[in-house]
Design a protein around this ligand. Structure first.
Ligand code: PEP
Ligand code: MN
Length: 263
């Protein structure tokens, strides 16, 4: 169903008034984790000022170590909603359990399915049973074919509002956290009709190369870019090393906009 052979025209995913896949790329930004009302509010104010309308923020955090911050859970989703309503923003947050899929719709506008859950088939089925837009991340070591089949799980249950996001894959290269597979963008655009985005933060894990990677993604045909922003990355409860502070975010954004690839 997600194949270009089955449907010629691009799927356009609506996040409120924001249309993803309609030819005008979007920027999604926000903290790795929702940590507090004040933290999210500070990021939201910066996004609003920069003309960004979709904010991300993790409430259920799939962490490598069980001793690391696991996220605020439902409380985090409530914070996102409160702040988003105040600033008129749309929100994206990861859901990790099928039983939270329906509930999530009360608080957030897009459900993210994380890299670690790309082949959590029960979660994919639950995501397919609702009408909430889904942002599906490529698995840590997933082939493009496996990625596309994961999307098929969601769409085949009836939820056609699916966006794919390349977030880097595991290779032998150590210079970046993961290897950004830029070729996945044109391949996914050719082989499916779904919007394709690129997460420059988790793919590179390096603040110093985010702007060129974002430009490369857009030049390759991506429908959007995602980046992590935190008011004070040094004290962030997750992904401290790779999040931009607000000033760096404004610089990043103006650099990407100067390329003419992002409005
Ligand atoms: C995230 O975007 O918050 C995240 C955990 O990323 P990934 O699933 O790509 O590792
Ligand atoms: Mn993160």
């Amino acid at each position: 169903l997600v194949s270009r052979k089955n449907q010629q025209e691009d799927t356009v995913v609506s996040i409120g008034n924001v249309k993803v896949g309609a030819g005008k790329p979007i920027m999604i930004a926000g903290p790795c984790s929702v940590e507090s009302y004040e933290q999210v509010r500070e990021v939201a104010a910066a996004l609003k000022e920069a003309g960004i309308t979709v904010m991300r923020g993790g409430a259920f955090k799939p962490r490598t170590s069980p001793y690391d911050f696991q996220g605020l859970g439902i409380e985090g989703l409530k914070i996102l909603k409160e702040v988003a309503d105040e600033f008129g923003l749309k929100t994206i947050s990861e859901i990790v359990h099928p039983s939270h899929i329906e509930l999530a719709g009360q608080y957030i506008d897009v459900i993210q399915i994380g890299a670690r859950n790309m082949q959590n088939f029960e979660l994919l089925k639950a995501a397919g049973d609702v009408k909430i837009p889904i942002l599906l991340k490529r698995g840590l070591a997933a082939t493009i074919d496996e990625f596309v089949h994961a999307a098929e799980y969601v769409v085949s249950r009836g939820n056609k509002q699916v966006m794919l996001i390349e977030r880097g894959i595991r290779t032998y290269e150590k210079a970046t956290r993961n290897t950004l597979d830029i070729s996945a963008v044109p391949i996914l655009k050719q082989e499916t009709h779904l919007p394709v985005l690129v997460d420059v933060t988790h793919s590179t894990g390096r603040k110093d190369i985010l702007a060129p990677c974002a430009k490369a993604a857009l030049a390759a045909g991506a429908d959007g870019v995602m980046v992590e922003v935190h008011p004070n990355p040094a004290v962030a409860l997750s992904d401290s090393a790779q999040q931009l502070n607000i000033e760096q975010f404004h610089q990043f954004l103006s650099s990407v906009r100067q390329s003419g690839l992002l409005k």
